[in-house]
Design a protein around this ligand. Sequence first.
Ligand SMILES: [Zn+2]
Ligand SMILES: [Zn+2]
Length: 583
Amino acid sequence: MPRFDKFLNPAFCANNSTSPCPNKASKANSACGRCYLVVYCSKKCQKEHWPTHKKDCNDPLAHETWKPDWHTEDRTPNFHKNQGPSEQDLNKCKMSWWGSMPALDLLKLDGNEGDDAPPKMRLLFSSSHDIRNIVETVARLPDTYSGQCEIVMNGITSAIFAQNVLLVLTAFHFPPEEAVPIMIHLWYSALIPVSLLTGLRRKLLPLIAEACSEAARKRTNQLFKWIWKKNKAVLHVELMRDEWDRLGGFLKPPSYLSAATAACNRQDVMLASNRKDNLHRFLFAQPRYWRVSTMKFWRDGILLPFGCSRKAFDTPNPLASQPLHFTPQAINKIRIFFHASRSWPMPDSADPRTSWDLVEVCTGAYTASYPAKNDLYGRLFLYIRESLLGFCRQLSKRDIKLQLLSLDSLDLPEYFNRPGEHAGFDRIETYVTAEKDVLGIDTVLNISSSMLKPKIENPMAMILVLFIRDVEEMWKKDSLDKDVARAAKYLPEPETTDYNDADLLRNRRSSSFFCNVSKLFDLYKKSAGFDALSKYELKMRGNNTIVAHWPNRPGKYASQEVFDILEASGATGCERYVEWEWA
Ligand SMILES: [Zn+2]
Ligand SMILES: [Zn+2]
């Protein structure tokens, strides 16, 4: 049995408050029929656990009549008041490294090149937070494709980048069943089991030290490339010499921080009293028992099924304990800065639910056999586990080249258009860098088109661009009564017509799912000068083949379940993907 098997397949039976139930996970397949948050292996276990479980099962947040505090106290919610800068401090200067859009398969060979795929497909993620898109793309590589898949991921900040290097190194150097639980908790959990961290350090630190000693032979601080291999797969990491030196430090257990202090630091951010109205608004937009699941994760920050024991999670995740550093260039580019503090490094809005396809997480095949349907984070755990297992297994057998870089995205063309480098990418994903406050669409198409494979070599070559805030801003100027009425069909009737009525606010907010986004996007294109982009000889696809134009919209005939999931996902429906291909 692999050493970390108990973390890959934790004991699901929730009857573990005093000692863990010895029955195997597969046997714990009957959910509490009231809350559907926990599972048990037997009636006996359920009965034994009731004195503990009844607190969660009867949580007031899950009552039919629960309303946000501002509603019951009949006051204006905080998020409608102008807050002073000091009140926002805990969130303002932080960035989520989990990303805010569902992971996507950037290749989708079946609906694109199909059998005509070139023997080498090259993909570039030019500005990535984490590796989730790589995970989804590699995990879904069709068996029918026998060529090489080369993936370049360019990260944006050194601490987040270090996390990605460590995650991929883990995937490369452990068997899949051991790599997956390490990756899940290193990526998503605030506390991790000390044995996972020890195992990780024992395996990775010597590998990193070897690269460091080679890098030290370089006289100046310049980019230094190091390569690892696993069967046919190759991992190519390029860092500055001082970044190599710092890499191992990210796995150092933070000696100044106890598990209890780390948990408190996190709660200071996640449960800050001046953010209670925001939290209540978030909870109120979720199915009733999801709220209980949400609060458990917001309190303890451990990504596990609701009923699983947290006892082994005794060490602060060293990655979540690092103050994040931006390079001076990155600060100029994204106009964000960090305080070097020991506070939880992400804003309270960071939530793993936003980075995976939540409809799939709740209704798809990966989690179909898990009966606790309201255990949102348990479903996320299972979904991510399956995706990661797929990713790690592909790495063990496929011809995959992964290259991790941390360059300013403006410097990528110079890097890749060097003599001896490649002949262009088949896919380029640019995340939100095309938004007007980041690089803008003109700059993004300018640099990306110079790296795209020529049409004659691949007519399906494509640049993927995402707009989140830019389109939402257009909506804020344009909310219409008929959109509110369409959203109302899915929502409870408000009790009052009061301005602060929680149901009314919820209805108004979800009207963005039904607004005329095509019209808003046309307005946006005009204001952002899309007409002038024809100089790049690219055109916008009328029908996307990689990811839907509006992936978070419920659509005209959405079921109640799909609407509920999308509303609870935190999306607005105004998120727009554009696929650019050669004209
Ligand atoms: Zn049991
Ligand atoms: Zn229950």
